[in-house]
Design a protein around this ligand. Structure first.
Ligand SMILES: Cc1cc2nc3c(=O)[nH]c(=O)nc-3n(C[C@H](O)[C@H](O)[C@H](O)COP(=O)(O)OP(=O)(O)OC[C@H]3O[C@@H](n4cnc5c(N)ncnc54)[C@H](O)[C@@H]3O)c2cc1C
Length: 382
């Protein structure tokens, strides 16, 4: 039994069903992506929502599956086997959907949640800006109090799903410092909202990374998701979870690459025997399998600690993401190497996975910031 199957054994039948739905969905994506990289697609996201993948952690009473964080992690891992960008887009939509279910006003929830679960309204999380990525506390987007709500002004960049999303969970300053950061649900249909062109990012086009401008966008009080004073801490909590699912997506890409390489190396012969019979190929794939196991163990441990709301989750998530980011590209390159030229063709996803691998070390916190986090915790604890 492999490590991911081992994790699935603790899930409820509903949790296991969601993981197998994600596996089947990934297989259908892989069939569609044979021509190479896919672009962001609202229709594909809607299909995933139609089979329940937007409601994993949404409470059952609100129309979701009420499953734990670990199920979201396994769904992310399975989807990334076919396409990291799509997995990122779906999980980026699931985040605001679950948050609106648990934290939004009754009015916003009634208006937005059913459409998000169906995939008729796509959501995303907007923290980064042209001038502030790692240094999130330095964001410049500003919200000013007005009668009945807030007026938002600013620019966001590098936002997954921004290519076509309808709802933006947007972080903005209400005072001059990080203590004043709040989070607002900004609707793309609002006056003053201008979508920016999608970024041309090799390997992750299906994540629909883009940006938008807000020119005095009015946001009613009912659309305040996190009040001033709590925005920074809440964002850091969510980013900690996101680090674990980005690590899980790296595991998915490496696992799929290893499966392809093993299938090929068993069936293709060179110098009178299967490629896998040659020590050079066998040892190289043995190293990939060992790295994958280490990536998964760190990721699943972080998952367990996040789920238990343990204070150790921050360190575990940073370690899982750092390790995954550092080994993902090397592992996929070794799998391509074991396959020869065919490993670089569009018919197998390895070259696309390799192109997406640097995103593991950037999205939801760079590898440098993971090291900073780990170092700071070590400094405090010794
Ligand atoms: C595919 C993808 C999807 C994304 N999706 C989203 C999204 O949905 N929502 C969102 O809000 N953002 C998103 N982002 C943005 C992402 O979170 C930022 O790119 C990330 O936080 C890094 O910020 P930056 O790109 O501005 O780099 P910078 O912060 O400018 O960092 C550049 C380099 O400087 C290093 N550095 C910075 N500060 C320090 C320091 N104190 N010590 C040591 N080194 C340092 C970094 O480690 C990095 O190597 C996405 C990015 C990608 C690639």
């Amino acid at each position: 039994m492999n490590l991911s199957d081992e994790l699935d054994t603790v899930f409820s039948s509903r949790g296991r069903k969601l993981v197998s739905t994600a596996r089947e969905f990934a297989a259908s994506l892989a069939d569609r992506n044979t021509e190479g990289a896919a672009n962001w697609s609202r229709a594909t996201l809607q299909e995933a929502c139609a089979v329940g993948l937007a409601g994993i952690e949404v409470p059952e009473a609100d129309g979701g599956d009420g499953q734990p964080f670990s199920v979201r992690i396994r769904v992310a891992e399975e989807l990334a086997r076919a396409d990291f960008g799509f997995a990122f887009a779906l999980i980026n939509h699931h985040g605001p959907t679950a948050r609106i279910a648990t934290h939004a006003s009754a009015e916003a929830k009634a208006r937005l949640l059913p459409a998000m679960l169906r995939g008729d309204a796509i959501g995303c999380t907007a923290m980064s800006e042209p001038g502030a990525g790692s240094d999130f506390g330095a964001i410049q987007s500003a919200a000013t109090r007005v009668d009945g709500g807030w007026r938002l002004h600013g620019v966001k960049r590098w936002i997954g799903n921004a290519a076509g999303a309808d709802l933006f969970m947007t972080f903005a300053q209400t005072g001059g410092s990080r203590d004043g950061i709040a989070c607002f649900i900004v609707e793309a249909a609002s006056e003053g909202f201008v979508r920016r062109p999608t970024e041309a990012m090799t390997g992750v086009m299906s994540a629909g990374v883009g940006g938008f401008e807000m020119h005095d966008c009015f946001v009613p009080d009912s659309h305040v998701l996190v009040p001033p004073g709590q925005g920074f801490a809440r964002a850091m909590g969510a980013v900690n979870q996101a680090r674990v699912h980005v690590a899980a997506m790296a595991c998915g890409m490496v696992a799929a690459s290893l499966d392809s390489a093993l299938r090929h190396a068993r069936s293709r012969h060179a110098f009178g025997k299967p490629l896998l019979g040659h020590q050079g190929v066998r040892w190289s794939l043995a190293d990939v399998a060992t790295k994958l196991a280490a990536m998964q163990l760190l990721t699943y441990r972080a998952t367990r600690l996040v789920e238990a709301e343990s204070p150790d989750a921050v360190l575990a998530a940073a370690m899982a993401k750092q390790y995954a980011a550092e080994h993902c590209a090397d592992a996929i390159t070794a799998c391509i190497g074991a396959m020869g030229a065919i490993g670089m063709t569009a018919g197998v996803p390895l070259a696309r996975h390799l192109a997406a691998a640097p995103a593991i070390g950037i999205a939801d916190g760079t590898t440098g910031m993971m090291r900073e986090r780990i170092g700071a915790i070590l400094e405090k604890s010794h």
